[in-house]
Ligand binder design. Structure first.
Ligand SMILES: NC(=O)c1ccc[n+]([C@@H]2O[C@H](COP(=O)([O-])OP(=O)(O)OC[C@H]3O[C@@H](n4cnc5c(N)ncnc54)[C@H](O)[C@@H]3O)[C@@H](O)[C@H]2O)c1
Length: 328
């Protein structure tokens, strides 16, 4: 992946910090940046939900550096930001159910850790600070498609932390003139997304079950829908944001999604086809804190940074199944 360059300016003299770079999305950003000759790609990660195996393929590269540390530690954040041009902040504790089970842990990393990173990046005078927000900030808003200006009431502690991130980011842009840019990601999937652990996302769980003939569970009736988005689209958005006009993007948040909506049962059926399985899903109780339908309007990102989805969801599902097959 990532043969096509999406960044608009030469990055061979630029130094990047990817927090959460050992995670699913972060490791794709690292892969792209190394492939396109960034001068340095530094990762700060505590491996709490990420994996060394996601970055071990880069360890031989002299332009790659791994710092094992937590964003909850301000000194660690300062060390990681030293001499960096761009921060792509993706370290967080993901998962709505995790945050419902343990709101304090989620707050510590996603809220306190976020503020630490903002302060460290401000003091290190980085050019841009791009961070991962989430479609969860739309909460109980039922509009479809969702536009950035209309957020609802948060439905989980995770959503509260992402809303708080956006508020801090806007304040840092206003007070300190920081070029802070937020992306509300909508249900991202792709290679390297973990199917393991109590809080794994649906798509890797489905694929894992289908390829290994293990039970696959669908929460609720399966008709809930999401804007499932292949991970390369996220990488593209981050790269476009590096050089978008500062006045247009500073302190702003943008939906990043495929810009369509697919039901969970349709996703399951596509994955079943691509994996060649005949397994039937088991339906179980709906989960708390989940919205029924979610679909993004991506026109703000299109107008401001020239974003459009590069890989549509069906193709992304096929690529993801191929990748999981290759790891068996
Ligand atoms: N995957 C999605 O669908 C999705 C949707 C919306 C937003 N996001 C956001 O995108 C970002 C990346 O998500 P992901 O899906 O790649 O998750 P992930 O769990 O695979 O990656 C997160 C990474 O952050 C690291 N991390 C966690 N706590 C840390 C800490 N205290 N210090 C340093 N590193 C820490 C983890 O070890 C992991 O490598 C997160 O901010 C997440 O909230 C993801």
């Amino acid at each position: 992946m990532y043969e096509t360059p999406w960044h608009k300016k030469d990055i061979s003299s630029k130094r990047f910090l990817v927090t959460g770079g050992a995670g699913f999305i972060g490791s794709h950003l690292v892969e792209y940046l190394l492939k396109h000759n960034a001068s340095e790609v530094r990762v700060l990660d505590d491996l709490s939900t990420g994996f060394i195996s996601n970055i071990s393929l880069f360890s031989e590269n002299s332009r790659f550096n791994f710092i094992m540390g937590s964003i909850v530690d301000l000194d660690e954040c300062r060390k990681a930001c030293e001499g960096v041009d761009f921060v792509l902040h993706h370290a967080a504790l993901g998962s709505v159910p995790r945050s419902i089970d343990n709101p304090i842990a989620t707050h510590e990393v996603n809220a306190n850790g976020f503020l630490n990173m903002l302060v460290a990046a401000r003091d290190a005078k980085v050019d841009r600070f791009i961070y991962a927000s989430s479609s969860s900030v739309y909460g109980d808003n039922t509009d479809s498609p969702k536009k950035e200006e209309n957020v609802g009431r948060a439905l989980s502690p995770y959503a509260v932390t992402k809303k708080l991130n956006e508020q801090y980011a806007a304040v840092f842009a206003d007070l300190y003139g920081m070029n802070v840019i937020g992306f509300r990601y909508f249900n991202i999937f792709g290679p390297r997304q973990s199917p393991n652990g109590a809080y794994a996302a649906a798509i890797p769980l489905f694929i894992e079950g289908l390829l290994n003939n293990k039970p696959v569970y669908i929460n609720g009736d399966g008709l809930q829908s999401r804007d499932f988005t292949f991970v390369s689209n996220v990488v593209k958005a981050n790269m476009l944001a590096l050089s978008a006009p500062a006045d247009t993007v500073r302190g702003q948040v943008f939906n990043i999604a495929a810009g369509g909506s697919t039901s969970v049962i349709d996703i399951f059926n596509s994955l079943k086809k691509f994996s060649g399985s005949s397994l039937a899903p088991t339906f179980r109780e709906e989960r708390k804190g989940e919205i029924r339908n979610s679909c993004a309007d991506v026109s703000k990102a299109k107008n401001a940074i020239g974003y459009s989805a590069e890989v549509e969801s069906k193709k992304g599902l096929e690529l993801t199944v191929e990748w999981f097959k290759s790891t068996i």
